[in-house]
Design a protein around this ligand. Sequence first.
Ligand code: FAD
Length: 387
Amino acid sequence: MDLTFTPEQDAWREEVRAFLDAELPPDKAFNTEFEEDDELWDFAIEFTRRLGKKGWIGLTWPEKYGGLGRPVVDRLILSEELERREAPVVNTIGWGLAAGALLAGGSDEQCRSWLPPIASMEVHVAEGLSEPGAGSDLAALSTVAKRDGDDWIVSGQKTYTTWGTRAEWLFTAARSDSDSSRHRGITMFMVPMNVEGVTLSPLWNLAGGRQNHTYLDDVRIPDEYRIGDIGQGWHLIMNAFYGGGIGAQHIYFERTLEELVDYCRKTVRGGAPMIEDPVVRQQLGELAILAEEQRVLAYEGLSNHNHQRPPRFAGALGVVVSKETRPVFSEICQEIMGPLSQLRPGRWAPLHGQIEALYRQSYANHAGGTSQVKRMVLATRGLGLPR
Ligand SMILES: Cc1cc2nc3c(=O)[nH]c(=O)nc-3n(C[C@H](O)[C@H](O)[C@H](O)COP(=O)(O)OP(=O)(O)OC[C@H]3O[C@@H](n4cnc5c(N)ncnc54)[C@H](O)[C@@H]3O)c2cc1C
């Protein structure tokens, strides 16, 4: 495992940085709940389209599907720089989960029809997997898809739909064969959000922002909106979730730590800069270890990919560590900063109020699957322990 980058990769990083310098106005902050603000949202859509125009959304996809065919390390570098600048990238479900599922098991025709518009941000996709009775146990889903001539009729309720009111399509799973075993007989579809039978109601999130309940009431869609083979939905979802994707969460921790160190240098407490306080220094050291762990795990994922090794622990280790690090990291930040860390963004909030947001978000570890469930994946699929 080599943790250094080549001169070409460094040049690519500089290219991304120059693009972000040119495109992201320094006076706009996207760190918390920007999707609730129409002006910021419109900016985010335009920014993501500009990324798409450069071919960077589908950076690693084959060229015939609207990608640039670049190596995964370039994707990691791009993600690192986007995260470092808190760039407002939207449609992450489209180019993450939906595109991942298409590349894992979509037909050539399906990939040609869906991937280029996702790569150019013409198609904005939300995720419709979870249901009131099927979250961690997704295979318990009860939304039904029935064949009707060349069409499908989809009925059921989805929940937690992020960006549901903003997206134009729902990438969803439905049971197409009720006689099959739980994990078979599930088929994936793209459902347009604006057709008859689709309605939404808000689900406000304590951690910030809005998710939605999505009701599918006898929604008629053509077979061309089916993704993958009939009955193969489970395989597509699992491949997209556990395919060894490499995230750049480590940059979030590194950036926060850098800002906190700067804050401790500039802030005087008890007559001396905080950075001179031995307890604070120890706590900052602790944060540095947590951040570094994330980076090493991300780079190990990259190394596995480059050497065509399957991800260790079924790809669940990095997710577990990242999700479980957040509350610990947030708590140490609060101990260092004291009560000011509880202020939301505004004049008096240090670090733009991001520690308060981190606190709220750190305990919401459900998105994409809880860490408890990822631990089970790690134990059973990763270590081969009995179920
Ligand atoms: C901010 C946010 C955004 C989301 N966005 C989307 C989205 O866009 N689209 C979408 O489809 N879904 C979305 N989700 C839903 C998310 O995928 C689910 O919340 C998640 O899968 C957990 O399901 P659940 O909430 O039903 O919890 P449950 O499955 O009911 O779990 C409740 C608790 O029990 C624990 N638990 C469950 N089973 C076990 C077990 N076998 N062993 C040990 N512990 C267990 C869990 O860890 C959890 O703590 C989002 C969730 C959040 C919080």
